[in-house]
Each structure stands twice: as structure tokens, then as C-alpha cells.
Design a protein around this ligand. Structure first.
Ligand SMILES: [Mg+2]
Ligand SMILES: [Zn+2]
Length: 184
């Protein structure tokens, strides 16, 4: 494929920070994996662009508000910057499953927002890293290459087994980045 963008799109919960079945509702509950922060910085230093696409239906459900989410994302940016990296864009869906929006993964809306924010013509050949099947499904119509990590809900997704035929599987984001920077 011709010049795929050097772009890695990450799901947030379960990939960058610990996931919780009862939602990550406050800055105190936002607990990043140190190895994931370091991995994002390694991508940046190797010339890759990193973006985040995250479903945050806890906003629609009233568990936290946009200001709290912004505080989490500022903290994420601070930690990544302290490690020498950068996140180019964070796209989030604040809606719930009943809201009929076009951005809640598995729909591709968040990834289209990232494509447009980064002024890319296409996401073809970029990487989509998630711990849930819907993360990978969101990238499929746009030609993203799917990567499943075993952190967060990853083991559950793997045990379920559906829809993973062409998916690369890694222990965590750091292991994927090791592989990516080694082979490309
Ligand atoms: Mg997740
Ligand atoms: Zn949405």
C-alpha cells in the first residue's frame, strides 16, 4: 500500500490505563500503565503520530462530566510529555448506546474525526490498538490494521474469539510498540 500514515490510534481504557467495569469516573480512578506512557513516548520519538479514540458513555450516563474527562486527558498529556512524547489528538464519544450517534465505537466516527483533525486523506494502513472487539471494528471500514492487547478486557475479548481472524495480539501496548519499532 502506498505510504500509509505513520499513525497509531489507541483505545484508552484497558490500553493506556486500567479499565474498570464500573467506569473510570474521576482523575483519582484514572490509573495509567507506566509502560504504556513510555511506549507512547517511544512511538513519538520514532516519528509516529499517536491519537486516541475513546468511548466515554459514562458522560451520557451521568457518572462524570466533560470537565472531569478533560482533567484526565490533561493528566495523560502531562505524563506523556514528561516521558518525551505527544498525543496528537484525542477523540471521544460522550454518548450512550441509545443516543444513535455516529461516533460510538464500533462505528468509525471517532476515527474519521481523527483523520480530519490530523488532515489526513485516509487512515488506510494505520494501526488501531484496542482491548475490545468494537475498537478494532471501528477501524475496519477505514482500512486500519487491527491490534488486540491482552490488558483491560483483552483476555475476555480473546476468549470470546469472534472477529479476530486477521488481528495481531500482544500482551500490552509496550509489546506492540516493541514489535512495531523493530519491524518498520
Ligand atoms: Mg477499552
Ligand atoms: Zn458518539
Amino acid at each position: 500500500m502506498a505510504n500509509p500514515p505513520k499513525l497509531v490510534i489507541l483505545d484508552r481504557d484497558g490500553v493506556i490505563n486500567r479499565d474498570s467495569d464500573s467506569y473510570v469516573k474521576s482523575l483519582d480512578e484514572w490509573l495509567p500503565y507506566p509502560s504504556a506512557i513510555a511506549a507512547i513516548a517511544r512511538l513519538t520519538r520514532a516519528g509516529w503520530t499517536v491519537a486516541v479514540a475513546t468511548n466515554q458513555s459514562g458522560i451520557a450516563r451521568g457518572f462524570y462530566d466533560e470537565a472531569t474527562l478533560a482533567a484526565m486527558h490533561e493528566e495523560l498529556g502531562r505524563r506523556v510529555a514528561a516521558a518525551g512524547g505527544e498525543i496528537a489528538h484525542i477523540a471521544y464519544c460522550p454518548h450512550g448506546p441509545e443516543d444513535d450517534c455516529d461516533c460510538r465505537k464500533p462505528l468509525p466516527g471517532l476515527l474519521e474525526q481523527i483523520r480530519d483533525a490530523l488532515e489526513l486523506e485516509s487512515l488506510l494502513g494505520s494501526w488501531m490498538v484496542g482491548d475490545s472487539l468494537r475498537d478494532l471494528q471501528a477501524g475496519e471500514p477505514l482500512g486500519c490494521r487491527p491490534v488486540l492487547v491482552r490488558t483491560g478486557k483483552g483476555e475476555r475479548t480473546l476468549a470470546n474469539g469472534k472477529g479476530l481472524d486477521d488481528v495481531l495480539v500482544f500482551d500490552d501496548l509496550a509489546a506492540f510498540v516493541d514489535w512495531l519499532l523493530d519491524t518498520r
